[in-house]
Design a protein around this ligand. Sequence first.
Ligand code: NAD
Length: 492
Amino acid sequence: MTLLPPARLYIDGELRDAQGGKTFEVINPWTGDVAGEAADATSQDVDAAIAAARRAFDETDWGDPGNRASRVALLTKLRALFEENKDRLAALARFEAGAALGAVGMAHVDTANQGWDDYLAVFDQVTWEEDLGNRDFRGFPSHRKVVYEPVGVVAAITPWNVPHYVNVGKVVAALLAGCTVILKPAPDTPGMGAIWGELAAEAGFPAGVLNVVFGKDPAAAGEQLVQDPRVDLVSFTGSTGVGKRIMEAGAATLKRVFLELGGKSAKIVLDDAPDFARECAQSMLVFHAGQGCAVQSRLLVPRSRYEEAKAGLAMAYQGFGDNWGGMDEPTHIMGPVVSARQMERVLGYIELGQQEGATLLAGGKARPDKGGGYFIEPTCFVDVDNSMRIAQEEIFGPVLVVIPYEDDEDAIRIANESQYGLSGGVVSADQLRAERVARRIRTGSISVNGGMCIAGDLPFGGFKGSGMGREWGLAGIEEFLDSKVIATRLAS
Ligand code: NAD
């Protein structure tokens, strides 16, 4: 039984099948069965999408300064259509990305739509022009201004884990800035991309302004977008390895690249944290089976209180018990991992952790009894040293590693000894102490005592191997603008 409507391409204002009519199966992570089918774009389809986006940027008034209010109006209309289609978005999150019912509203649908509202709310604050006044420089008296213009054609390449959230983060910001867009979702979640085509057509988007392509091969369409000289900017969210390849391949055409990559964020619980054992217990990595780039997947606790932390966590995992993995359970926040490939990868890391000498405090096994899908128990490793691969590499599954530290300096050193720097947290009874530690962590966002450091009006992005550039909020829109100086000679 297919649960989802067919995912069709959207090219130059038309909802289309792939040339030649090829399709591929979308697999339901809960059951391993086919959930739907999607058009398998050919390179001619991708070429047509690029040509359409180029033409819409170069030959229409989409990106013109006089068109800003119309862009806002159209994106407001599209936002309303996405609101009307919340149930369909929820079904897509469940049956493409494996979101549990208790998690669907959170990261998958509502947070994304609220982020869209945040973009609309900050749009008035975008700086489109700055007057830098007169200056006589080297005998050329001039009046100077800087104008900010849309970068051009944007390829938005997105992952499967929170697909609606990431699609909104890129597509809405780029369109508001005045760019034209080709959205390329992951092969696991094509329906989350296809819905943009359907609703953009319904909203009356001009042909070519937004295009959506996807295919079975994870790399082919993306590589074509990255290599094509008609694409000006690639906005990518995904793994660090693919991000590096995109930067390399984009160099041939001097592509602007914006990268949101992986993470291995540290939560540091300081020795004076209030309700210490409960704080540690709350650090279980279970939401959406740990498949979030900004999740706090390394828990750093003082060695002096390591046993207390372990006891708190052991109780928490025991209490969580079997309250996960129910496809129709409204209270469950954890389902399967997204695919057979991802399951194999995560189980490989669990095996590796044991070989490296870490101790399993909870979980560690596949759970085929939960259904034909890709179920892995909530898993926690203790006695972890930060040099182990399970502490250094992004597992992207429900696997928490707990690392002891000696003092605040040691905690800071361990948190920073990572190729990544996307998010993190610090908890202490002393807010100033926590903030002092937070300021020394090399990361793009960090929570102090549970503060919410990720929201649609806050710039989000990484240090180091977690990427470059910022998404969301004002910075997210300005990422899609280029500056141009206009200097007018004044009479001497
Ligand atoms: P991935 O890197 O395998 O794929 C991401 C996207 O890139 C997909 O659309 C894929 O089809 C495409 N792609 C794959 N190979 C490509 C190539 N050679 N050229 C161009 N495009 C290519 O990542 P994934 O497995 O879909 O997602 C999981 C990863 O994404 C994790 O590492 C996670 O941390 C990261 N992620 C990061 C953020 C963030 O904001 N930093 C958010 C979500 C996910």
